[in-house]
Write a protein that binds this ligand. Sequence first.
Ligand code: ZN
Ligand code: ZN
Length: 113
Amino acid sequence: MAITMCCWRCNADRPLLTDEEYQQVFRVSFMEQIRKYREETGMGLRQAQTDVGAAALATYERITGFKENNPFALYHHRLSLYGPPCDKCGKPLRTPAANFCAACSAPRRHANV
Ligand SMILES: [Zn+2]
Ligand SMILES: [Zn+2]
């Protein structure tokens, strides 16, 4: 299940994809898909971006129920980019390397073994 949280890049609530769901949206990278699509169809870059983007957006909508308009935004709507959840407030830290929580500014407790 995709988790909805406030995407600080879009500055709005967006469902974020787990890695598994992300694989469904982008089996290979967006640019790679566009390159292949152009090879197969001879489409211009703009048209290829629109077509490949529409397919990615449709998959995203099927998984999350949310209608996103910008295929490039899907790139960062990926839960693993947001790092582990904060110990204190449970919100994902904004990056996997974050040292403190952007929401409540609690320092990150590194789970060292
Ligand atoms: Zn976003
Ligand atoms: Zn926090």
